[in-house]
Design a protein. Structure first.
Length: 222
């Protein structure tokens, strides 16, 4: 793609984002068709098509073949923005990422204890129950585990923290949840985190999240 074409495509992508913001569109809302967008942003259909592909890679929109283009539920988050997938030493990566999590996630839990709504508490509780069910069935609980942390971050009501969780869970695919004793211990700390948030005890929520993450780091070092 030539420089001028790239600049035009980027401008078109920016115009589409402005269109989305101006209309206060929400995840799941359907965007106008390609010909309609072409008219709205005053750009050729091929340029609009390339712009939409770019927005799709940024998880701003979701292109569904045969249905149309929709606002993504991923809120503009890129799954692996720092290219962690391409780091060869996955064990070191997990250790370093866990060290980073220990620095920030306890404070996220503390914010959740102060700001969580009743709906947030239900979401955290449901994620906790899903983790428990997976452990009982001896099935992989990575997805439920990630959702628990995501729900806690969402409850913080901070605009930045929920976008960190996909980064934290990027390497979750490399962790095997096969240690039953560890899994049950993890579940117990989740229960403590949830109860602290429910009681609006920010200090306890922070302490239990810190304890949880330290235990996970110790488990990774085995």
């Amino acid at each position: 793609m030539k420089v001028n074409e790239k600049n035009l495509m980027q401008k078109t992508a920016d115009d589409i984002i402005k269109y989305i913001i101006d209309r206060n569109m929400k995840p799941g809302d359907k965007l106008p068709t390609e010909p309609e967008l072409s008219e709205l942003v005053n750009a050729g259909r091929s340029t609009v098509r390339e712009a939409m592909r770019t927005l799709a890679t940024r998880n701003i929109v979701e292109i569904r073949q045969g249905s149309g283009t929709y606002i993504s539920a991923k809120k503009g988050m890129i799954e692996d923005p720092f290219g962690l997938f391409f780091i060869d030493d996955k064990k070191q990566l997990m250790r370093d990422l866990m060290d980073f999590r220990i620095q920030v996630e306890p404070d996220i839990a503390a914010m959740a204890a102060l700001n969580a709504t009743s709906e947030d508490l239900n979401a955290i509780r449901n994620a906790l129950l899903d983790v428990e069910l997976c452990i009982q069935l001896k099935s992989d609980f990575s997805e439920a585990d990630n959702r628990f942390h995501q729900c806690v971050a969402d409850s913080s009501k901070n605009l930045v923290t929920p976008r960190l969780i996909p980064l934290f869970s990027t390497v979750g695919r490399y962790v095997k949840n096969e240690d039953t004793e560890f899994a049950n211990d993890l579940l117990a700390t989740y229960q403590e985190i949830y109860e602290a948030i429910e009681k609006r005890d920010s200090i306890a929520a922070k302490d239990f999240m810190y304890l949880h993450l330290v235990k996970r780091r110790r488990h990774l070092q085995k």
